[in-house]
Design a protein around this ligand. Structure first.
Ligand code: 13P
Ligand code: SF4
Length: 343
């Protein structure tokens, strides 16, 4: 199956999608899937990695089994950098669509595989290109800084891309008298405004995962663990960021757990990151921040679509593959290259 470069779910983006084809018969699909329980998936993935000359890039929000088999586990900035530098012929991107798409933008000649074609992102889906275009028409003189959690079409309308690791650094390099539009995450945008002292026009987007953390339950946890540091991703809502002891991207949160003298942490981001935190600091107590309701809604439903089985199947079938229009790729590449130069 090939999956297009544009946002996965908006009607216009669906209409604008490039080819969707499945070269495999349903019988072949069933046979591959029927074999799964008989296989040592890790060994099979390692074998396929050599056979395809593939690299597996995994985000910290992937399930532990996937992180363990990956060549690189990182945040969205580190993974884009590694995607830009790799000599592999095939990039298996265990993350969400915008991440795999960014890898394809940086590597048009390489095959980029996304284990589950439906692994989208609420931020990217909440900023459809046609609406974003209308929004930008109101701010013709503004520099447009977009978070990497956007479709290629939105990137192509932007001047500079950023990630949660480098957003403040990038905004602070824009001349002080230059007005800025920041999209699509309003929580990250507000946090960057606070860090840089810059006023920005914000697109009103938010992440469905980072919106779920409960201030009330976090306060209860802090009473039970008075020595614990509250560390939070900047996609969290403002009241949580206001009381956090430390705010940063996923890799910055991991670094904080390693470097801080504290031995207890309450972590307000997707709990997939706890795997790397436990591995790095087995002696420290790491508590995932709870959502308000008793659900697993602090787990990203898109990231968690990927499984070790799907990583194996994607490598075996060399599908789902990211494909994209070359003109769009070139337009989306420029603001990503600016980001890599500025960060
Ligand atoms: P990072 O930039 O920290 O990897 O975050 C990406 C993301 O999707 C957070 O929800
Ligand atoms: Fe998107 Fe939120 Fe999932 Fe990150 S956690 S990929 S921002 S939906």
């Amino acid at each position: 199956m090939e999956i297009s470069s544009t946002a996965l779910f908006s009607p216009a983006a669906l209409a604008a999608r490039t080819t969707v084809s499945d070269p495999f018969t349903s019988i072949a699909v069933d046979q591959d899937e029927r074999m799964l329980p008989l296989l040592d998936l890790e060994s099979e993935i390692i074998r396929l990695k050599v056979e395809l000359n593939a690299i597996i890039l995994a985000h910290y929000y992937q399930e532990s089994d996937i992180q363990d088999v990956a060549d690189v586990v990182g945040d969205s900035l580190e993974l884009s950098r590694r995607a830009a530098e790799t000599n592999a012929d095939v990039i298996v991107f265990a993350g969400v669509h915008f991440m795999a798409e960014t890898a394809k933008i940086l590597n048009p000649a390489k095959q980029v595989l996304l284990p589950d074609a439906n692994a989208g992102c609420s931020l990217a889906d909440g900023c459809p290109p046609e609406l974003f275009g209308k929004f930008l028409a109101r701010y013709p003189r503004h520099t447009v800084v977009s978070y990497i959690n956007t479709s290629a079409a939105v990137k192509a309308m932007s001047d500079i891309i950023c990630t949660s690791s480098n957003a403040a650094k990038i905004v602070s390099q824009i001349p002080i008298d230059q007005p800025i539009v920041f999209a699509p995450d309003r929580n990250l945008g507000r946090w960057v405004m606070k860090q840089t002292g810059r006023d920005m026009v914000l697109w009103p987007g938010a992440c469905i995962v980072h919106e779920t953390f409960s201030l009330r339950k976090i306060a209860q946890l802090r009473e039970q663990h008075p020595q614990a540091e509250l560390i939070a991703h900047p996609e969290c809502e403002e009241p949580i960021l206001r009381i956090a002891d430390f705010v940063g991207s996923t890799s910055a949160l991991l670094r904080r757990v390693k470097e801080s003298a504290a031995s207890e942490f309450i972590v307000a981001t997707e709990p997939g990151i706890l795997h790397a935190m436990h591995a790095a600091m087995p002696g420290k107590l790491i508590i995932p921040a709870p959502p308000e309701s008793n659900c697993a809604c602090n787990e990203c439903p898109h990231m968690r679509l990927n499984t070790l089985e799907k990583v194996y199947l994607a490598m075996k079938r060399r599908s789902p593959e990211i494909t994209m229009d070359e003109g769009l790729r070139q337009r989306a590449l420029l603001p990503i290259q600016r980001m890599l130069e500025m960060s």
